[in-house]
Each structure stands twice: as structure tokens, then as C-alpha cells.
Ligand binder design. Structure first.
Ligand code: SAH
Length: 364
């Protein structure tokens, strides 16, 4: 049993079953034993690989996206570049390099603000970014709310999928909360149901008996906070993650360990826990907060419109032979519908006066 599992078990005995959100928050971000607090999970030797770790083209295109939006916003100086959950710092590093080449004015004007809960990943990010930006121009925060005021370009790749979700189950003409308790048979963690205190939107009442609906109040509140910020102070946010374009019922809670799916109730703190992001809910939150919202758009289409093929070809011509041969496969992994191209989506939340950002199409 993991140390965190022992603690969660005691908590359940003392207080009763935990909501899925309470379990997820402890498993991922408990300061002593949480998954992100205790390891670097990303990469071939870790548990999962993210788009910026697949190819430098991903971060570079996002850097160019930021530079283009900065220019259409009137080149604000100073400008904040904010990243939520920067992992190893690879995306920020590739993005800043591209910004430095394409828009030296933006490079001179920017301050980098990283929102990262894990002290060990903060250390890793400091190492990665040391060559790209003087450390005096980088700040770390544990919450988005702590980022100072000002026009910003915000990036969040595979961040919202890690924010805790609640799960509710349709029973009769009402709802029950899905919780994690202890099985009477073997005392292992097990799903149970109990009375629900939260409000569930009426649209979900069409769900069938026994169907699970996921609610991510933290994600919606964050999308609203981002919408308020860029709406009032200028700039735009780019959110990339996996999930459907339209809200749909279903249990998407998943655990990953060493590049394979695992049981979400096994080894809390030692496996990654994520869920599919409800992009329609994030879009609604951003719009209600006063921002313009574009997308969601499949990642493959978004990267294609940003010119990934041409940049890949240019990179191939200058890369060492071994590296050059790997590039087409990396691009395929990012854009192919059967790989990351279709399940992953891009959503932009922007100041209402900005033109449609690169890659998106005006929708209102
Ligand atoms: N964006 C990176 C890493 C994705 S993994 C990439 O694409 O490679 C998720 C990241 O979010 C990690 O850096 C993790 O430590 C951080 N994180 C997860 N939950 C968080 C929270 N609630 N607050 C702040 N950071 C969080």
C-alpha cells in the first residue's frame, strides 16, 4: 500500500467516502505524497509523453502563435507570457526561442510567469529555461490568481485534464454523487454512491439511468478567471488538451503508469490520474466572463493551419541525418486523426476586440 493510500484509508474511516475530486486532488497534488509533487512523470522513462516532448515544432508553433497575437494586440510592453503546468519547461523553451527569432520586440518586452504546483518540476523548469531567459525575468506561482496584472499570452497544454472532477450518476429522476469508499469484501478502495449536494445543469437530465456525468468546477472557474483577465487587461489564452468538442456523459477518469492504462483506485500518488476535458463547458465559462472564444478545434487541423508541414520540412533540411529521419513520424504523431490529431483540441480565449487568432476561424 502506498503511504498516501494508507492516509486516504484513515480519512475514509474517519470521515466517510471521498468525492472523486477529493481523491484526485490528494493523489495528484498532496504536497508530501502527491504524484506531481514526488516525481518527473514525463518522457520515455516516465509515465507519459506530451506533445512538446514529441517534437520542438509544437512549442515553436505556439510561440509563433503568441507572437502573432501580441502584434495584433498592438505590441503591449511589458507583456506577460503565462504557462499553466509547464512540466519540464520544454514547451516554454521552444516557444521562447521561436519568439526571439520572429519577434525580438516581444522577447524584450516579456516576463515569463509559470504556474506550477510541484517544487521538483519547478527545479526542472529552471534548468530547462536557464539558457533561454535570464532568471530575473521568470517567476513561479502555485495558482493562476497569483499572476500579476497586465496583458498576457497564456498557454495551457495538458493542464485542465489534471484538475479534479466530481462524478455524478443519474438515478431515477435525480442524481447521486460517485465517491470512493472501502469495499466491505476486501477493504480495498471501491466506488460507492451517496446523496448529492452540488447542482447539475438541467441539460444533463437527458442522461440515461446509471450514466455518469463529470463536473469540473475548478476547471470552469479557472476558464472564467482567464476570460475575465484577458477580457479586462488584454491578450489571449490557448488551451490544448484531450476531450470531446461537445459535452457528453461518460466515465473518463483514467490512470496511466509507464505508458499503460492502470486502475485509478490502485496506488494513489504513484500513477497519473486524468480525465477528458469538457471544452464546451470551458468555452461557456470564458464567454460568460466577457472574453471572445474560438474553437475548440482538433489539434491536427490547428497545427496544420499554423504550417507544421512546412516548418517540419525546413527543420528536416537543417537537422542531423538521424534526427531528420525521425521528424515525419513525430509530425504524424501530433496531427494524425488516429494519434493526437483528433482527440486533442485547441481552444482560444481572447480579448473581445482582438481579431480571430491564427489557426482558428471567426465563429461570431
Ligand atoms: N504542459 C506540460 C506538462 C503537462 S503535465 C507538457 O505539455 O509537457 C501537468 C503539469 O501541470 C505538471 O507540470 C504538473 O505538475 C502541473 N499541475 C498539475 N496540477 C496542478 C495544479 N493543480 N496546480 C498547478 N500545477 C499543476
Amino acid at each position: 500500500m502506498t503511504p498516501l493510500a494508507a492516509r486516504l484509508r484513515q480519512r475514509i474511516v474517519a470521515e466517510g467516502p471521498l468525492t472523486v475530486a477529493e481523491y484526485m486532488a490528494a493523489a495528484l497534488t498532496d504536497p508530501a505524497a502527491g504524484y506531481y509533487a514526488t516525481r518527473d512523470p514525463i518522457g520515455r522513462d516516465g509515465d507519459f509523453i506530451t506533445a512538446p516532448e514529441v517534437s520542438q515544432l509544437f512549442g515553436e508553433l505556439i510561440g509563433l502563435w503568441c507572437a502573432a497575437v501580441w502584434q495584433t494586440a498592438g505590441c503591449p510592453d511589458p507583456v506577460l507570457v503565462v504557462e499553466l503546468g509547464p512540466g519540464r519547461g520544454t514547451l516554454a523553451s521552444d516557444a521562447l526561442r521561436a519568439i526571439g527569432q520572429a519577434a525580438p520586440g516581444m522577447m524584450a518586452a516579456l516576463r515569463l510567469h509559470l504556474v506550477e504546483a510541484s517544487p521538483s518540476l519547478q527545479v526542472r523548469q529552471r534548468e530547462t529555461l536557464g539558457d533561454v531567459l535570464p532568471s530575473a525575468r521568470i517567476s513561479w506561482h502555485d495558482r493562476f490568481e497569483a499572476v500579476p496584472a497586465g496583458p498576457m499570452l497564456l498557454i495551457a497544454n495538458e493542464f485542465f485534464d489534471a484538475l479534479p472532477i466530481r462524478q455524478v450518476v443519474r438515478r431515477g429522476d435525480g442524481w447521486r454523487e460517485r465517491r470512493i469508499g472501502l469495499s466491505a469484501a476486501d477493504d480495498d478502495f471501491a466506488f460507492v454512491e451517496s446523496a448529492l449536494e452540488a447542482r447539475v445543469e438541467e441539460a444533463w437530465n437527458l442522461a440515461a439511468e446509471g450514466e455518469i456525468v463529470e463536473l469540473c468546477p475548478e476547471g470552469e472557474a479557472l476558464a472564467a478567471a482567464i476570460g475575465r483577465r484577458v477580457g479586462a487587461q488584454g491578450g489571449a489564452a490557448l488551451i490544448i488538451d484531450y476531450g470531446p468538442s461537445r459535452s457528453a456523459p461518460g466515465d473518463s477518469l483514467q490512470a496511466v503508469s509507464r505508458h499503460h492504462f492502470a486502475n485509478p483506485l490502485d496506488r494513489p500518488g504513484e500513477v497519473d490520474l486524468t480525465h477528458h476535458v469538457d471544452f464546451a463547458a470551458l468555452a461557456r465559462s470564458g464567454r460568460t466572463a466577457g472574453a471572445a472564444v474560438f474553437g475548440p478545434l482538433p489539434q491536427g487541423l490547428f497545427l496544420g493551419r499554423l504550417g507544421i508541414e512546412a516548418r517540419a520540412e525546413a527543420l528536416r533540411l537543417t537537422a542531423a541525418p538521424g534526427d531528420a529521419d525521425a521528424i515525419p513520424g513525430q509530425v504524424r504523431r501530433l496531427v494524425h486523426p488516429g494519434r493526437m490529431g483528433l482527440l486533442f483540441k485547441a481552444l482560444a480565449v481572447a480579448h473581445a476586440d482582438l481579431p480571430c487568432p491564427p489557426g482558428f476561424r471567426p465563429c461570431h
